[in-house]
Write a protein that binds this ligand. Structure first.
Ligand SMILES: C[S@@+](CC[C@H](N)C(=O)[O-])C[C@H]1O[C@@H](n2cnc3c(N)ncnc32)[C@H](O)[C@@H]1O
Ligand SMILES: [Zn+2]
Length: 376
């Protein structure tokens, strides 16, 4: 036998491994590798450190998550304290800077939101989702003030500790029966199907999303069936002091223009009359939507591909080919940020196989999978 020539070997290589050595792919690899190497050299590492220090001041999602997560519990406590606080504070009342007792301005602000903003849009049996629900402080305030309306509540919040505090509060105050979902997720990738909730609202959440505001607004619009209510500080309608404050706080701007670009049907956009913080007056923005889907119970969907998630013992599974991932559920709170996904392409095989093997092989966690039929 004669040895193959170089040409023949090359041909075999290209025929069998064209997908690995294709010219376009190889160039992409070379460029990506060069970029990676470049940012790893010592000169650029110093540059990187300097850049990171500078960037640490920016209101990016990770910073927002960490700072809010560390203050879990504070809102529910302050919410109680303010109701009895008769000290005088500078606030905005009917659009004027005045000094009033903290408990009065706080009560008027809450009453306005409940009675003038929310109640006219609500009917019995409606489903309501708050985006950026924190410790469910606003949900609980509304539950009490809107009674006896019979409403189903859900909350989505970036920080696990805050929404966990919300769940703790609900258990302690016996309100879990009125709550459908409490999830840890981001407004920029909402893990619910289209048209899931009759009303979706925010109370000071979009303000925190300086990068990704448009995407968050489009997601909020997507999961609402009828109405979106945004209660957010307004740069555009604010006075010069408010603009200085909002710039320093890095609150997002331009919500009306972004909504306009998204084709939203804005039926109301105005400054709320009262504000506890005189430099951070909120605007009410109401958007109406013609629902595309019939009424159906809100269901969890993958934050990446939006396919319906399957409940499993450890949390939720997305079986779309690209995702194939598990999202954990911790203390009954589904953790559904894209970053929470654990890529597990063999999950279904493992669970199915473990069900067939001998009982002593069926050690946890597989033997706890509740909905065996999901994978068979
Ligand atoms: C000013 S607090 C308001 C909390 C709550 N709405 C209330 O009324 O008590 C803002 C909340 O938005 C949350 N948040 C910020 N960015 C978010 C995002 N991208 N997705 C979901 N929640 C977010 C924060 O973690 C925080 O809990
Ligand atoms: Zn998915």
């Amino acid at each position: 036998m004669t040895a193959p020539t170089d040409r023949e070997i090359r041909h075999e290589l290209e025929k069998g491994y064209g997908h690995v050595i294709g010219a376009k792919r190889v160039w992409n690899i070379r460029i990506a590798h060069a970029l990676r190497t470049l940012s790893g050299t010592s000169a650029s590492r110093r540059l990187q450190e300097w850049r990171n220090q500078l960037m640490a001041v920016l209101k990016v999602e990770d910073q927002v998550l960490k700072s809010y997560d560390r203050m879990a519990g504070v809102y529910n406590e302050v919410n109680q304290t303010l109701r009895n606080d008769s000290s005088f504070v500078l606030c905005k009342y009917n659009g004027e800077y005045v000094r009033r007792a903290a408990k009065d301005i706080y009560a008027d602000q809450l009453r306005y939101f409940s009675e003038a903003v929310m109640r006219p849009r609500l009917r019995d049996d409606m489903t309501i989702l708050e985006i950026g629900a924190g410790e469910t402080t606003t949900i609980h305030n509304l539950m009490s003030s809107l009674a006896p309306l019979n409403l189903r509540w859900s909350g989505l919040e970036l920080s696990w500790s805050r929404i966990a505090e919300g769940r703790r509060w609900a258990i302690e105050h016996d309100t879990m029966g009125q709550i459908d979902h409490l999830v840890a997720a981001s407004a920029v990738d909402i893990p619910f199907a289209d048209d899931s909730f009759d009303v979706v609202f925010t109370n000071g959440c979009v303000e925190q999303i300086r990068y990704g505001t448009e995407r968050a607004l489009s997601e909020i619009l997507r999961v609402a069936r009828h109405t979106v209510i945004l209660y957010e500080p307004s740069y555009e309608l604010g006075d010069k002091y408010q603009r200085i404050y909002l710039e320093g706080a890095q609150y997002c701007r331009g919500i009306p223009a972004l909504l306009n670009g998204l084709g939203a049907n804005v039926v109301r956009h105005e400054l709320a009359p009262h504000s506890f913080n005189p430099f951070c007056c909120y605007a009410v923005t109401v958007i109406e939507k013609a629902p595309k889907h019939d009424v159906r119970p809100p269901s969890l969907s993958c934050p990446q591909c939006k396919k319906a998630l399957k409940p499993i013992a450890e949390g939720y599974f997305c079986d779309s080919v690209d995702c194939s991932c598990v999202y954990p559920s911790i203390w009954n709170i589904a953790c559904l940020r894209q970053e929470d996904a654990i890529f597990a392409s063999k999950y279904v095989e493992m669970v199915t196989a473990s069900k067939r093997t001998s009982p002593d092989m069926q050690s946890p966690p597989f033997d706890k999978v509740s909905d065996a039929q999901t994978f068979t």
